[in-house]
Write a new protein. Structure first.
Lengths: 237, 164
């Protein structure tokens, strides 16, 4: 059996894999092991490195080049503030939290999976199993670069979740006619996270265009407990 | 640096940083070294940002920068060629068997000339096929074939020396 190359496995993590790679991963234990090892390393980077080392748009140089001592100090704070890892691309939310997205079209309700095709005026709703997380923010970025805060709708920060194992978020969202991809993120936390910080991250993704929106699976936000992401495509019927 | 350049660099770092870190960690076998290598990779990305390809080829481009950086690190760690005494006894093994042993190939690759090092590593250690190697390194497939042939020739000499 020909195994997937290291490059093919990394492309898979970014959603740019060649045809058949994902099917191969399902049937090949060796490649799945290699993929999981790479995933654990990516997760380590996202949790422990990314948030403190990414270039800041307000600065003219990167923090680790301009002020390494400050970067280390920030890193310590981030690690302390984040006791649990964030979710990885293509994987379920860590810590047993789950996120379900449903759409309703012409009275028919169906679950949305990554890459789903939706239409303008479809209504979408969310349900979560927070696994102990107390706050949630759901936000999205679409192909036009527009950021939307879906939960709490138009809010400034994460909203406290009602107690319970399974929480259906109130209200539904009616999709507009902007075509192209729209990526949504569910950000779970123990303390409220400012929507502006999430919106800033989303706009950074949008700089890369539609493909970047399709491929960006994670947000680097301090204070997250877990996160999940899903992309859908809006097409005019 | 203009804001647009900053944004582009940030977008590339966010998108490819985790994969490149993972790549560097697997190459170097050391998380601290991998973090340094990832940063060095993106310093080089920043330097050549104007040449950054579009989304279809960006991964291969950043991958190439990271791979070359890490292979140079591996070479410089030794500061000298590996002595034959440090290599395992391969007497009697066929060239195919040698090339199937990733660990051994990795050690032979470190002894190779720079122009064949990345090609041989990507193909024999990382398992990329010739087309993938050509894509990642931005060279023609013919070049890949030639460099792999050169590497095989060197490996064969090594096998012959070990056997004698």
């Amino acid at each position: 059996m020909k195994h997937l190359s290291a490059f093919a496995l990394d492309a898979l993590a970014l959603g740019t894999e060649t045809a058949g790679a994902r099917d191969h991963l399902v049937t090949c234990a060796q490649c799945r092991g290699d993929y999981e090892l790479a995933a654990s390393l990516r997760e380590h980077f996202i949790v422990n490195v990314l948030a403190r080392t990414q270039p800041r748009r307000s600065r003219v140089s990167w923090p680790w080049l301009a002020a390494p001592a400050l970067a280390v100090a920030i890193g310590v704070l981030v690690v302390i503030a984040r006791p649990r890892p964030v979710a990885q691309p293509d994987l379920a939310i860590k810590g047993d939290a789950t996120w379900h997205v449903f759409a309703n079209r012409d009275g028919q309700t169906f679950a949305i999976h990554d890459g789903a095709q939706l239409e303008p005026r479809d209504r979408i709703r969310f349900a979560v199993t927070p696994d102990g997380a107390r706050y949630l923010l759901v936000a999205s970025i679409d192909g036009s670069g527009a950021v939307s805060i879906y939960f709490p709708y138009g809010g400034d920060a994460s909203a406290r979740l009602d107690p319970g194992d399974h929480v259906e978020l109130p209200g539904s969202i009616v999709l507009d006619a902007a075509p192209g991809p729209e990526r949504m993120f569910a950000v779970f936390s123990d303390e409220p996270i400012e929507a502006a910080a999430v919106a800033d991250e989303l706009r950074t993704i949008a700089v890369g265009g539609a493909d970047a929106i399709r491929q960006a699976h994670v947000l680097a936000i301090a204070g997250m407990r877990a996160q999940a992401s899903l992309v859908f495509e809006k097409a005019v019927p | 640096m203009v804001a647009g350049t900053d944004d582009r660099l940030t977008a590339l770092y966010r998108m490819y940083g985790p994969v490149i870190y993972s790549r560097c960690a697997r190459l170097l076998g050391d998380r601290a070294a991998a973090e340094d290598a990832t940063q060095e990779t993106f310093v080089r990305v920043q330097r050549h940002l104007a040449k950054a390809p579009d989304a279809n080829d960006a991964l291969a481009w950043v991958y190439r920068i990271a791979t070359n950086y890490c292979l140079n690190e591996i070479r410089d760690r030794k500061h000298r060629p590996i002595s034959e005494a440090e290599l395992p006894d391969v007497a009697g093994q066929s060239l195919d068997a040698i090339l199937a042993d990733r660990d051994l190939v990795a050690r032979i690759v470190r002894r190779s000339a720079e122009q064949v090092r990345a090609v041989a590593w990507l193909h024999h250690v990382d398992g990329l096929d010739q087309a993938e190697v050509a894509r990642v390194l931005g060279v023609s497939r013919r070049t890949v074939v030639n460099r792999l042939a050169e590497f095989s020739q060197n490996a064969r000499k090594f096998v012959t020396r070990s056997a004698s």
